[in-house]
Design a protein around this ligand. Structure first.
Ligand code: FES
Length: 96
């Protein structure tokens, strides 16, 4: 978990798994989130814009916040989130 800096989105798993990992504070505790990269509008791949701290979809301009929630645009739902567990210093990401 310490490999993921707070406020940063890790992109090294996108090519193999289509997953972005992000570490943010939630209720005062660091927490890692795993989000799918596929826009919920029509399925384009979103891009992380670190300067804005938002995901942008290049197809029809949907915008998602760092947690994957819809900020604006035509996306009908947040970016799907994978279940994340931290066990013995390792991060596990699963589908359910
Ligand atoms: Fe992302 Fe349309 S596919 S906004």
């Amino acid at each position: 978990p310490d490999e993921y800096a707070p406020g940063q989105v890790a992109t090294k798993f996108i090519a193999q798994f289509g997953v972005r990992l992000a570490r943010y504070e939630y209720n005062g505790q660091p927490q890692i989130y795993a989000l799918q990269s596929v826009c919920t509008h029509l399925g384009c791949l979103v891009k992380w814009e670190s300067a804005r701290q938002e995901f942008l979809c290049p197809c029809h301009a949907a915008v998602f916040d760092a947690r994957g929630r819809v900020v604006s645009g035509p996306a009908p739902a947040p970016l799907p989130e994978y279940k994340v567990r931290e066990i013995s210093g390792k991060v596990y990401v699963g589908l359910t």
